[in-house]
Design a binder for this molecule. Structure first.
Ligand code: GRF
Length: 223
């Protein structure tokens, strides 16, 4: 089994990063987390990665005068460590087409909505404002257009009466921690591959397991 070398790019607490690190410790997981990079030196995820024994690098975007020079520094760090796949996980920095093209087909992102709904930020607030009854998360390949790349995995959760952005975010986040490790596994094992602007699955996709946990469904019924 080939273990692909994955870098995780973060800006904050890094709970998705942690879920990837944990699953990558399993002997049959086809990826190893070789590097964590944060554009914010104070990101809590850097310390978490360090404690987990993963190389954790701060590349502060504020000390770079241009977006391009920041991205050059990130790109150099990735190439020096022979990274195969880049996973954006709460990385709050827009990437230029130059960087995206350089990592085309090898860079994934997790987004806290059922794309193509609610691209961008404040997804939980917007889902509640729109009155949707189902919300969720998506793992997709990164393309230059924001949150618009080919979809690898999605999980849906119910919106429960009385939800706040925080309660909804927590329900979605639990599913993010399920589908991101699974999506990375599919990409690294070849179970999923890009075919133009679509993802082709060469194995049965079991993402349905991430749909609405029985507990949450019964909560809905009680209401
Ligand atoms: C997640 O909800 C992710 O989908 C979004 O930002 C959040 C990052 O959380 N892009 P964490 O840093 O992985 O805990």
């Amino acid at each position: 089994m080939i273990r692909h070398r994955v870098a995780v790019l973060i800006s904050g607490r890094g709970s998705n990063m942690t879920s990837l690190i944990e699953v990558s410790r399993e002997p049959d997981y086809p990826a190893t987390i070789a590097l964590v990079v944060s554009n914010r030196p104070a990101a809590a995820g850097l310390e978490r990665a360090h404690i987990a024994g993963i190389e954790a690098l701060a590349i502060d975007h504020e000390i770079h005068s241009t977006r391009e020079s920041f991205e050059q520094a990130v790109d150099t760090a990735l190439r020096e460590r022979a990274i195969d796949i880049v996973c954006l996980a709460g990385f709050m920095r827009r990437l230029t087409p130059w960087f995206v093209e350089r990592w085309a087909g090898r860079m994934l992102n997790i987004h806290p909505s059922l794309l193509p709904l609610f691209r961008g930020i404040h997804t939980h607030e917007r889902a509640l404002a729109a009155g949707v009854l189902v919300h969720g998360c998506t793992v997709h390949y990164v393309v230059p257009e924001l949150d618009a790349g080919p979809i690898l995995a999605q999980a849906a959760v119910p919106v429960i009466p009385g939800d706040t952005p925080e309660t909804l975010a927590a329900r979605v986040l639990a599913q993010e921690h399920v589908i991101y490790p699974r999506a990375v596994q599919m990409v690294c094992s070849g179970e999923a591959r890009l075919d133009g602007s679509r993802v082709v699955f060469t194995a049965r996709w079991d993402g349905g397991a991430a749909l609405r946990s029985p507990d949450e469904a019964s909560l809905l019924l009680e209401d």
